[in-house]
Ligand binder design. Structure first.
Ligand code: PLP
Length: 391
């Protein structure tokens, strides 16, 4: 089967074994809401505390941090800002370089750029779709030089201060190997677990694998607070500093507004927290269904000759945020997606690699051949849990 229409209609036929309702347009990932969310949001409005103050923010923070087994959670307005604050509190400064994959959503790079720091792109592996630890180490040995226990880029002269591993589509990266490289070069790790709420690596939840991690509650993620994000950590002083910064760096004081540095107004509004708190109640059920859906996908595409579904890495439990078809050969994936759309199935290629993106085209980078290889081979398919059951 070589022509694109043939592949697109075969994908569509296989998909219909899973999402069989006629006349329904299947989106990539849609939220669902129940009376629980509606009651909480109405309750929040009735308290009149819809903004900076209110009870729901703390409750939402507790719920999520307990779920993933972190001591502290700091809720903020979105995942991008969560990353920005987590990076700043980890000591990342202007002109530092931060190692990230090129194959990620642009938020990972933007959070770095907001601090005046610079992304340095590394390649991924096709097993996890995340940073390739061996290639990372070789690259750092090649470009790096250590002075005063700090790593510097010999070419740009900038300090390299951190790595941001991203769990793409919810599939955990090879964290231990990446952590070992970070330890060798004295680099901080900030985990971008925006897509990986509920995913596990060796029985530990993503987001809590290192000192600090972040989640996103955007509308297309597993659960949503409308917009929102959360920083999680077990380190109390790190948590205090994050909380201070997202609350405009305001010192505890009776009346006067005293701020001891330039902070941010990034705290999650109470209204969004009420919605998120309601959503969090259905998180276990959603995760269970998403794993079931992934099983159905894997079955439906098991004998497809042009590709197979991306599977969770060994020792991991992925949340399968997006179910993704991995094509054996490079294809015009955008055209296949267009055709699937005509069949009522929303499909998306992976993001344009960030080193091709205008604002980041001049950033330092390693050889990115695997990234480019994957760019023309991955197609994400509808992945809402309610495709198979209502939640
Ligand atoms: C969604 C996402 C973010 C940021 O989340 P927002 O809440 O949309 O700001 C960051 N990184 C990755 C990989 C994401 O998918």
């Amino acid at each position: 089967m070589d022509d694109l229409s043939g592949i697109a209609s075969d994908i569509s036929e296989r998909f219909r074994k899973i999402g069989a309702k006629s006349g329904v347009y299947y989106s990539l990932h849609e939220p669902t809401f129940s009376d629980i969310e509606k009651d909480l949001v109405v309750n929040c409005i009735e308290t009149t505390f819809v903004s900076t103050f209110g009870e729901f923010v703390g409750q939402f923070e507790d719920k999520i941090s307990k779920f993933v087994g972190a001591k502290f959670g700091i809720a903020v307005v979105n995942g991008t800002n969560a990353l920005q604050v987590a990076l700043r509190c980890s000591g990342i400064k202007a002109n530092d370089e931060v190692i990230i994959p090129s194959l990620t959503f642009i938020a990972t790079a933007n959070a770095i750029a907001y601090l005046g720091a610079v992304p340095n792109f590394v390649d991924v592996d096709d097993y996890t779709l995340g940073i390739d630890p061996e290639k990372l180490e070789t690259y750092l040995r090649k470009i790096g030089e250590v002075r005063d226990n700090q790593l510097y880029n010999k070419n740009t002269k900038n300090r390299i201060s951190a790595i941001v591993p991203v769990h793409i589509f919810g599939h955990p990266v090879r964290y231990n190997e990446i952590r070992d490289v970070a330890l060798k070069f004295n680099l901080k790790i900030v985990e971008d677990a925006a897509e990986a709420l509920g995913s596990k690596y060796h029985n530990r939840f993503c987001g809590t694998l290192g000192d600090i991690g972040v989640f996103s509650f955007n509308g297309n993620k597993i659960i949503t607070s409308g917009g929102g994000g959360m920083i999680v950590t077990n380190d109390e002083s790190l948590a205090d500093r994050c909380r201070h910064l997202v609350n405009t760096a305001k010192k505890k004081n009776k009346y006067e507004f005293i701020h001891d540095e330039i902070g941010y107004n990034y705290r999650l509004p109470n209204l969004n927290a009420a919605l998120g708190l309601g959503q969090a109640q259905s998180l276990p059920a959603k995760l269970k269904l998403k794993r079931k859906l992934a099983g159905e996908y894997s079955q439906a595409f098991s004998d497809a000759e042009y590709g197979s579904m991306v599977k969770q890495p060994e020792y991991c439990e992925s949340n399968y945020w997006l179910n993704t078809l991995f094509l054996k050969e490079a294809r015009p994936v955008h055209e296949i997606c267009d055709k699937l759309n005509d069949f009522g199935i929303m499909a998306r290629p992976i993001w344009q690699p960030l080193h091709f993106s205008k604002p980041y085209s001049k950033c330092p980078k390693d050889d990115l051949s695997k990234t480019i290889h994957l760019y023309s081979r991955l197609i994400s398919l509808p992945s809402s849990p309610q495709i198979i059951e209502n939640v």
